[in-house]
Design a protein around this ligand. Structure first.
Ligand SMILES: Cc1cc2nc3c(=O)[nH]c(=O)nc-3n(C[C@H](O)[C@H](O)[C@H](O)COP(=O)(O)O)c2cc1C
Length: 215
């Protein structure tokens, strides 16, 4: 065993080099941003809504039913004003819903969501989003509200999707930016068809979240 004194320092050096290399974190270039979805964790989608007279709340419950259609994905439903930073950060998907006020997002809802970003400093990067709204009028601004909510999510670095539809008779398939219900005198309350659009939205977001977290 005369060789032992010669090789021992070399082996020690090699072990030291391996240990040092392992302890240095790999740096990601500008192109390689690591995904923020919680790979391996049980996926969850948060439905955050504002509702004064119950219509949007009914749609929110429909969205949650759709989320639960996707096995393994948990749905959490909360009034937007009660959502905590922890709720937002633990969610892999976030679906926002509110009524239409003067063809736009109600001021109270806007203040709440703006605060999530610039006061709570929530990191929304790479979460999956969707949006829904209700409105009393036929052309009262519901779609504008959906798009405005989606723009909020996009501006906060999220990816957004909408519900999918298909017509078995014609074979045609299409998507929509979100879901909505007309609740005014011409078509009071939330109909079964409008609830179906809410369920489709929840199902689509949950399906995307499941794909992203399945790695
Ligand atoms: C202050 C105010 C402004 C509204 N403005 C509109 C509007 O511009 N367009 C519309 O379609 N409905 C409008 N509505 C009707 C609500 O959007 C509708 O009743 C909605 O379904 C209420 O949702 P909620 O029951 O979840 O509170 C307005 C309601 C209120 C109270």
């Amino acid at each position: 065993m005369r060789t032992l004194p010669v090789y021992t320092p070399m082996v020690t050096l090699i072990l030291l080099a391996v240990a040092l290399t392992a302890s240095v974190p790999l740096s990601f270039g500008a192109e390689a941003v690591p995904p923020k979805v919680r790979a391996g964790a049980s996926p969850r989608v948060l439905v955050a809504y504002y509702s004064l007279t119950g219509n949007t709340e009914k749609m929110a419950r429909g969205v949650a039913e759709g989320i639960r259609r996707v096995p393994g994905v948990t749905a959490i439903v909360k009034q937007a004003g009660e959502v905590t930073k922890q709720d937002l950060e633990a969610a892999d998907g976030i679906i926002l819903g509110c009524p239409t006020y003067y063809a736009n997002i109600p001021g109270k809802m806007k203040v709440v969501i703006d605060d999530w970003s610039w006061k709570m400093k929530v990191d929304f990067t790479d979460k999956v989003g969707g949006a829904f709204s209700t409105g009393g009028g036929q052309v009262g601004g519901k779609e504008h509200v959906v798009i405005s909510l989606l723009l909020f999510l996009l501006s906060n670095r999220m990816a957004v999707v909408g519900p999918l539809y298909g017509n078995d008779k014609t074979g045609s398939e299409w998507g929509e930016p979100g879901s909505a219900a007309m609740t005014g005198p011409l078509d009071p309350g939330v109909s079964e068809q409008e609830l179906d659009s809410a369920r489709r939205l929840g199902e689509r977001v949950a399906g995307f979240v499941k794909k992203l977290t399945a790695r």
